[in-house]
Each structure stands twice: as C-alpha cells, then as structure tokens.
Design a binder for this molecule. Structure first.
Ligand code: GLN
Length: 250
C-alpha cells in the first residue's frame, strides 16, 4: 500500500526531531510492506482535503510560527475537512499550538490558528522544560504510557469537554496545572512532546500508522503485525525513569 503523508512547512517547523518521527513511520510502514510517500507542503502550496492519509506538522519557535500562521489559517478548512474525512494527523509543539484557535505572545500579539483543536494558547513568562511521562487511553480499556520531552513557553488551555491526549504523570503538560497534555480530535493528535516522540513510543507510532492505513484503505484500523521493539521499549523505560527523577522544571 502507498501511504500519502503531507508534511506541513518542513522548512519552518522542523526543530525537535520532527523528521525523525517521519523516519520512524516510514520504517515501521516498510516492515509491514507499505511505502510512505512524503510530500512537503510549504507556503505557496495548496492543500487538497483527502489527498493525504496523514498530515504532519512539527515544532518551531515563535518567530517561525509567525511566518506561517496566516498561511496555515488559509489551509484550516482543508485540514478540518481532511480530519473529518478520517485522515490522521500529528501536530507537535508549535504546530499543535497553531492548530488551536491561536497563540498570544508575551508582547500581546496574536497569531491566529486554524481551530481544529478546541484550545487557545497564551505565552507565559517562563518556559516549561523537562522530561514528561503521560498515561493515555487512545483505545477504550487500553492504558499506555508515552515518554517525551517538552520545552514551551505557551500555556495551552483546553476548552471544557475537549479530549486531551493524556494525563500528566510527571512533567508540565499543556499548562502546568490542569494535569492534561495534548489534544485529540478523531484521528488527529496534538502534543507538546518531542525529543523525539515516535522512536521511543513505538505503540503510538503503530497506533498512528493504523489510523493512517485505515484512511488509505477505507477499512477500520487493523492491528499491525508486531515488530521487535526491545530497544524502543528500553528507550521508553529509561525516559520514563528520567521523567520520574527529574520531571518538568522551570
Ligand atoms: N511558541 C512556542 C512556545 O511555547 C514554541 C514551542 C516550540 O515548538 N518550541 O515556546
């Protein structure tokens, strides 16, 4: 199967191993006999809803976010239609912030977002930095851990009733006080976690891949054949220990 991935603004939002996340998806897809076709979608490019099985948008600092924010809101309808049509999406950090309603910087300026995720972000005076451990349940009854690293000044406030990606076990998460991290809408996931996210959370990479394949085939998400993930699981264990020992710190 050919899996079509649309990578939004790779020239602007590309810190924190975002390309590494795609490399993991590519490898795990190939090991199951699928090929990943990655298209870069930049400022001048149109986004056709349904043309991609997975949309990916990475992290960047305020300066880079400001350069793409207007263009991204122009693509907002297409992104919303794609997700409503069952496409998967992963948004990390700066991209996660701009897929909400917007981001208010320290200087009071407002960067508009697309509104896919029901949240708003406001920059705080200090940064929330450190290792994070989350507990989440993307499938009912299946409790899993996600280990990652966060580094953000923005505080993201979910609307009442919004579905977070997970509950913070160690670290700050969306805002440092709610205990929530990330947001989920259908097959779209937004998160502050990078550092990198998918290499040490192989189950999450496979969840995303299964959602992506479901869009590609039109079938329900299927269980993927297991891979030898000993190293990845060990990496998650070490990261989880570090989150426990050091957690988030200002
Ligand atoms: N504007 C973001 C912040 O809150 C950038 C986050 C990121 O991608 N590092 O700092």
């Amino acid at each position: 199967m050919r899996i079509r991935v649309g990578h939004l603004y790779p020239d602007y939002l590309n810190i924190y191993a975002d390309r590494g996340n795609i490399a993991v998806l590519r490898r795990r897809a190939e090991l199951r006999g699928h090929e990943l076709d990655v298209e870069s979608i930049g400022l001048p490019d149109a986004l056709e809803p349904g043309a991609h099985d997975l949309l990916y948008i990475g992290g960047g600092q305020d300066r880079e976010q400001a350069l793409i924010a207007d263009d991204l809101t122009g693509k907002g309808d297409a992104i919303a239609k794609a997700v409503a049509g069952g496409a998967a999406l992963l948004a990390v950090c700066g991209g996660y912030q701009l897929l909400g309603r917007g981001y208010r910087g320290r200087d009071g300026s407002f960067m508009p977002g697309t509104g896919l995720f029901p949240h708003e972000t406001v920059a705080g005076t200090d940064r929330m930095i450190g290792d994070v451990l989350l507990e989440c349940e993307l499938e009912p009854g299946e409790r899993r851990l996600i280990a990652g690293f966060e580094n953000h000044a923005g505080r993201t406030l979910l609307d009442p009733g919004a579905v977070p990606l997970g509950r913070v076990v160690y670290g700050f998460g969306n805002d440092g006080f709610s205990g929530f991290e990330g947001c989920r809408v259908g097959r779209a996931i937004g998160t502050y976690l990078h550092g990198p996210l998918l290499p040490r959370n192989p189950w999450l990479a496979d969840w995303l891949l299964a959602q992506t394949l479901a869009h590609a085939t039109g079938a329900d998400p299927a269980r993927l054949s297991p891979l030898d993930d000993d190293l990845e699981i060990e990496a998650q264990r070490v990261a989880a220990e570090r989150a426990k020992a050091r957690g988030g710190r200002r």
